[in-house]
Design a protein around this ligand. Sequence first.
Ligand code: 8YV
Length: 332
Amino acid sequence: MRPSVLATRATFPDLADRLREHFDVDDNPTDAVWSPAELIRRLQGKQGVMSTGSERIDAALLDACPQLRAVCNVGVGYNNVDVAACTARGVLVTNTPDVLTETTADYGFALMMATARRIAESERFLRRGEWTKTGIYDMFVGGDVHGATLGILGMGRIGRAIARRGALGFGMRVIYHNRSRLTAEAESESGARYVDKATLLKEADHLVLVLPYSPQSHHAIGAAELAQMKPTATLTNIARGGIVDDAALAQALRSGTIAAAGLDVFEGEPAVHPDLLAVPNVVLTPHIGSASVQTRRAMAALTIENLIAALGCGRQAGRPPTPVNPEVLAQA
Ligand code: 8YV
């Protein structure tokens, strides 16, 4: 019997065909975000799920879907998945590292530049029809990116790719803080110098967040951290909502504690904190860091290869390319 898979988002037609070559597929043509109960209902009888960050895969769901064998997340981050609960039940979890690194780094850099140079704010001004005079010293005068100090919190693959852009492309001084320090070789390749978190906050002109979400990184940037930053500094978050305390950030933007912020991720997204919508000095985008055609295709294709290897029979079965909990494969 062919395995059944739930795809929680409709993917590119040719890739959906590849999925259908191997599985009976149920997908979500409307892209609606399902409630936990609806997700459990749709997962009944399915052996695999092609999930996104919007679906919470937890112990309660796994217990309600005991036939589930593989949770294949379209994304490098998998904080939406309770990996320990999956491992305990022999459910394989996979993600999509590497294929999105450069695209997400491009976006982090673009959002940081849009924030520093006040691009969104000035575009809103123009669209409102308010460009009736040209004050060259006070109209949307931002801060420079080239030659400034770039601070990076979280120095995984994407952090290192952003560091390279800053150091090599824009002549920036790059400092970073991370749970563990990079090797001397990786530091020199990224052009970045390790500092403690207090120094990072104090010295960064543009602080970019690229760390994974975990209970330890919850509100890693809150009122106390924002107060340590320069009043001219910008903050860019392309990592996960919840790493920044959004209410505290809105307050810091209102009161001039920092100059501006660029946010691609939010606590409780797709809902956005109303205070953030009300401040002008913030660029808000709907979690599109990896959203290039090439990269979203590569992410979907890698997820499908993970599913085929995890659930395929005979010659199709193999080692999934990017397992998060490979210990499950050893148990099988
Ligand atoms: C995805 C992401 O858009 O890879 C990640 O961790 O946040 C994004 O690339 C998201 O996971 C939706 O699947």
